[in-house]
Design a protein around this ligand. Structure first.
Ligand SMILES: NC(=O)c1ccc[n+]([C@@H]2O[C@H](COP(=O)([O-])OP(=O)(O)OC[C@H]3O[C@@H](n4cnc5c(N)ncnc54)[C@H](O)[C@@H]3O)[C@@H](O)[C@H]2O)c1
Length: 352
């Protein structure tokens, strides 16, 4: 089995999920040989903790290393595009965190570069790698759901603006739509068969800000703690697909709700499925209304180890990507249209 030598660009919070995934593949010839972060102390600490021999503060220097095959791009969003392009131009395969970029144009540029170089560019759509995907697929294949008309998806937080770069439009590209909505829009569209979007109608609201003064509550702190909060607090959207199917989205960092919530539900003409955290099917059976709850042990259903293992399979040419750059581009198009529609105050059509 060919050895794969990996580098990590960005040693913040989510890079730990990536390195854990790579470490699980040690016996299968995968080694993390380098890491990079402009915060040198952070990079050195990460390297020490994870026994990584080479530490850099500039990814361009890291990419000059001999024998480096692939990288994870786990930086804040505004660095996804330049770091990915640099890696691809240096001949490295890339697993880039979500959202793929700040704009459709950037995402298309990254996909084109990967295509030109003949290299893998996977997107960190981690929910595609959770075990419950299989449960959905099994029920779907058995015809228990029929045609799915509607996905209702929600990823809302009451007091959950991550303090730091996530609330700067320049660094994050957007607020909860880009950070949280991206996951639930992607997984619902993916399970519905990667439908072609035709229009988006949305509204977005601002005004509460980061609420850093809330007492007696711990908050997640990302790096680069800027006092910038120019993203939305809350957005709602209605995404229409070519075949008539729709996704309805609600996502927030700060919203006056009782508690944080992730919910993903699909409604078809034969059955519905409350998908998250563990799927339960609602249907008619033997002229009864019936619920089917598979008894499974999927724990917290962490998709990261499978996402990383799949990336390595793609790098080795042993699998076709199930989270390819094209899907990253498509999702950017949808999320971009959410902001466009919210700003225009009317539905926008999607081209192409
Ligand atoms: N898949 C998921 O569930 C999930 C969860 C959280 C975050 N994310 C994504 O992961 C990415 C990182 O988020 P995070 O929470 O780890 O943020 P973070 O702030 O903890 O880490 C980001 C790191 O990137 C580093 N960085 C910035 N510029 C860099 C550069 N030029 N070269 C190398 N490193 C650079 C920063 O110094 C920081 O250490 C984001 O794109 C975010 O959307 C994904």
């Amino acid at each position: 089995m060919k050895e794969v030598r990996v580098g990590i660009i960005g040693t913040g919070a989510i890079s730990w999920a990536h390195i854990d995934g790579y470490k699980k593949l040690k016996d299968k010839g995968v080694t993390v040989v380098a890491c990079c972060d402009p915060d040198e102390n952070k990079a050195r600490e990460y390297a020490k903790e994870n026994e990584i021999p080479n530490v850099f503060t500039d990814y361009n220097e890291m990419l000059k290393m001999d024998g480096l095959d692939a990288v994870s791009v786990t930086t804040w969003n505004s660095v996804h595009n330049p770091a990915t392009l640099a890696a691809l131009r240096a001949g490295k395969h890339v697993l880039c965190e979500k959202p793929l970029a700040l704009s459709v144009e950037q995402a298309e540029e990254m996909k084109a570069e990967a295509d030109k170089a003949g290299l893998v560019l996977n997107v960190g759509f981690v929910m595609r790698f959770e075990k419950k995907v299989q449960i959905y697929r099994d029920f779907e294949k058995a015809g228990l759901l029929g045609n799915i008309h509607l996905a209702k998806v929600k990823y809302t937080r009451r007091n959950g603006a991550p303090i730091g770069w996530f609330t700067s439009k320049d660094m994050a590209g957007g607020g909860p739509v880009f950070d949280l909505g991206v996951h639930v829009v992607d997984i619902s569209r993916y399970l519905m068969g990667n439908k072609k979007p035709v229009s988006v109608s949305a509204a977005a609201f601002k005004g509460q800000g980061a609420k850093q003064n809330i007492k007696l509550l711990e908050r997640y702190r990302a790096s680069a703690p800027f006092d910038i909060y120019d993203v939305e607090d809350l957005a709602v959207a209605f995404i229409r697909f070519e075949d008539g199917g729709v996704i309805s989205l609600e996502t927030s960092y700060t919203q006056h709700i009782e508690k944080d919530e992730i919910s993903i539900s699909f409604y078809g003409d034969k059955g519905g499925i409350d998908y998250y955290p563990q799927p339960v099917v609602h249907t008619d059976m033997l002229d009864y209304l019936a619920d089917i709850k598979p008894i499974v042990e999927i724990g917290e259903d962490d998709g990261f180890p499978a996402e990383i293992a799949h990336f390595i399979d793609c790098v080795r040419g042993e699998a076709a990507s199930i989270a390819p750059a094209q899907d990253g581009v498509d999702i950017m198009r949808i999320l971009g249209a959410v902001y466009e529609s919210a700003a225009a105050g009317k539905e926008v059509a999607l081209q192409g």
